[in-house]
Design a protein around this ligand. Sequence first.
Ligand code: GLU
Length: 431
Amino acid sequence: MSPPSQNDDAAAAGPDSEPESAVETARRQLQLAAAYLDIDPNTVERLKHPAKVQEVTVPIKRDDGTVEVFTGYRAQHDSVRGPYKGGLRYHPEVTRDECVGLGMWMTWKCAVMDLPFGGAKGGIAVNPKELSDEETERLTRRFAEEIRDIIGPNRDIPAPDMGTNPQTMAWLMDAYSMQEGETTPGVVTGKPPVIGGSEGRDAAPGRSVAIITREAVDYYGWNLRETDIAIQGYGSVGSNAARLLDDWGANVVAVSDVNGGIYDPNGLDTYSIPSHHEEPEAVMRHDAPETVTNEGLLELDVDVLIPAAVGNVLTESNAHDIEADMVIEGANGPTTSVADEIFADRNLPVIPDILANAGGVTVSYFEWLQDINRRPWSLERVNDELETEMVDAWNDVREEYEARDVTWRNAAYIVALSRLAEAHQSRGLWP
Ligand code: GLU
C-alpha cells in the first residue's frame, strides 16, 4: 500500500494553523498511520471519536469562605482492549478537546505497549499553584464524586498527569472508596505505595524515556557515553530520565524548568540539581557555566533532545533550527504536525511519546495487577518487568520501522492501530 503524501498532509495542516489542538494532532496522526494499513475505514472513523466525554462543574469552598466553580472533564476514548486508562491533569488550559486528544493518545499508548487497557484523559481547568493543599483536596474529592459513576477498577482508572500527584490519587481513591462502601485501591494508579501504589511508579515515565533513549542511541550505532543530551523540563519525567541516563554514562549537558535552563558542555551533575518534586523551580539556582532560555535549550547542538515539559514546543517556527540529531518525546505531544513533517523531511528521527514515556502507564498496569491480587511487588521486580516491556515494545516498533519506509511515529501508530483494528474487528459493532 502506498504511503500517504507527507506534503499533502503538511499543506492540509496549513502554515498558519498552529498551534493545533491535541485532538486535531491525534486525528491527523491516526489518519496518517491508517493509510499504511489495510483496516476497515469504519474502525478508523470510530477511533476518531471519543466514546464519552463527561463535563462536570466542580464547586469548592475557598479558604476565605467564598465559593469558586471550576470545570472538569473525563474523556473516555476507546475501551475495545480493556478498561479506559489515563491521567487527570490540573492545569489552567485544560479543555474538552485537549482531554479528547490526550485520551486518544492513551489508547495508542496502551496498544503499543500491548496493555489490556483503552484510553482516557481528564482534568480540571485550574491553576493548582493558586490553591492551598486543603483546597486541592476539596477540589479532588468533589471531582471524584462528579465522575464516580463512570470510573472504577474495571471501567476507567485515572492516574497522575500534569499538576496532579500521588496525594491527589490518594484523595480520589479515598473519596471513591468511602462512597462505594469498600476500599477500592484499583480505581486509580499512581497512589502512594502505603495504600496500594506501586514501587517505581513515580519514576517510571522518566525511566522509560531513558530506556528508549538507550535503545535508540544503540540502534543508530552511537555510544551512550559520548552522547550529549539536553532535557527540557525537570519534573518527574525529565529528572528521572536525566539521572538514569547520567548513571548509564551519557552527558546530560542541559536541563531546564519553567524559569529557564542551565548548560554545561562537560555534563551536569543531575543528582545535585533539585527536581521539581524536591524543590520546585530550582534549576536556575544551580551553579552552571551557562544559562539558556527554554527556547534556546531546544536549539542546542546536542545529540539527543528530550522535550519533557509541555506539549507543542517543537513547532513550525523552530523545527528548522533544531540542531539535535534525534528527538525523544518525554512530554505528551511536544511536536506539532507541521514540525513533524519538517523533521521527517530533514530525516531527523523523532521517537514518539506513545512509546518513549509509556513507562508510566505500564507501571500503572503493574500497580493495577498488584491491587487486584492484594500483593505488592518489589522495586526490583517492577523495574525488571518494565525493562522487558519497554524493550519488547521498542522491538515491535523497530520491526515496523525497518519493514516500511516510515517515521518512528508512524511505526508506533502502525503497531498500535493494527492491535486496535484487530480487536474491533473481532468484537464487532454493538448492537
Ligand atoms: N498520565 C500518564 C500518561 O500520560 C500516565 C497514565 C496512566 O498511568 O494511566 O501516560
